[in-house]
Design a protein around this ligand. Structure first.
Ligand SMILES: C[S@@+](CC[C@H](N)C(=O)[O-])C[C@H]1O[C@@H](n2cnc3c(N)ncnc32)[C@H](O)[C@@H]1O
Length: 246
């Protein structure tokens, strides 16, 4: 018996949809998604706010998410003083998570909110060499604040970092999230925030992998001058952390 081609294609498509559906149901009913035991326990105890639960479900890099959660929890437990800051906000995805992990902390957000400054792109290699000033330009302060749905602890500084850092020169920091992809802003942010990091405080740098040589160079240059070790996180894009010695 010969099936007409279109019927065969139909059967294949139905089979593919069925496989996806079974996989989804398997995950839903048998909890086949990655969640650390501590998170499951906190969920059972009702300690995770609804908004965080939702963000965890939708955030694709589970290791990155739970690393933030562990770090913020540690800062709270160890009573590490200081504000939170992020350089490289774009549309606010990581900023929203960090704010809702501890909304009592003052949180300083730095971005041009209009894409990469052209002067920072000069001399970049690897993935960054394909960037133009149009990348990450589809955002605005208004959109980000709307998306985060946070409180008055969020302070936003639109413009070129480090030129925008003046209002926080006298602040101290417990957590700094750097996600700017390029050498110059990564170096500027490390030079600015490391001396202002509280003992026990943490700087997290995203994209420390072979595609982002500028980030690697900026981090390695700082590591040569400081006593701390670089902690590598096995998340999707290679976050590294510097925890300031106590
Ligand atoms: C990869 S995106 C950040 C992604 C974001 N953390 C998220 O969760 O979606 C990089 C951002 O760094 C910003 N950026 C890069 N260099 C900058 C500089 N010198 N000053 C301000 N912002 C900069 C870009 O505008 C862009 O929005």
């Amino acid at each position: 018996m010969h099936l007409p081609v279109f019927q065969l294609i139909n059967y294949i498509l139905i089979l593919i949809v069925l496989i996806f559906f079974i996989r989804l149901m398997w995950d839903v009913f048998f909890d086949n998604t990655y969640q650390p035991a501590e998170w499951k326990y906190a969920l059972k105890q009702g300690k995770i706010p609804k908004i965080l639960k939702k963000m965890e479900q939708h955030f694709p890099d589970k290791v990155r998410f739970f690393n933030w959660w562990f770090q913020v929890d540690r800062l709270r437990r160890e009573k590490i003083p200081g504000d939170f800051a992020e350089v490289g906000v774009y549309q606010g995805e990581s900023a929203k998570i960090l704010h809702h992990l501890d909304s009592d902390r003052i949180f300083h957000l730095f971005d041009t909110f209009s894409g990469f400054p052209s002067k920072d792109l000069v001399g970049e290699t690897g993935a960054a060499a394909t960037y133009t000033s149009k990348n990450f330009a589809d955002t605005s302060v208004h959109k980000v604040l709307d998306y985060i749905r946070g409180n008055d602890n969020i302070k936003v500084y639109p413009g070129y970092f480090p030129d925008t850092s003046n209002p926080i020169v006298d602040s101290r920091f417990a957590l700094v999230n750097l996600d700017v992809d390029l050498y110059l802003p990564t170096k500027a942010a490390l030079d600015f925030f490391y001396p202002r990091l509280s003992p026990g405080g943490v700087i997290l740098i995203h994209d420390y992998n072979h595609q982002w040589q500028g980030v690697i160079n900026a981090v390695n240059a700082l590591m040569e001058k400081i006593p701390e070790s670089l902690v590598l996180i096995p998340d999707q894009d290679g976050t590294v952390m510097i925890i300031r010695d106590k």
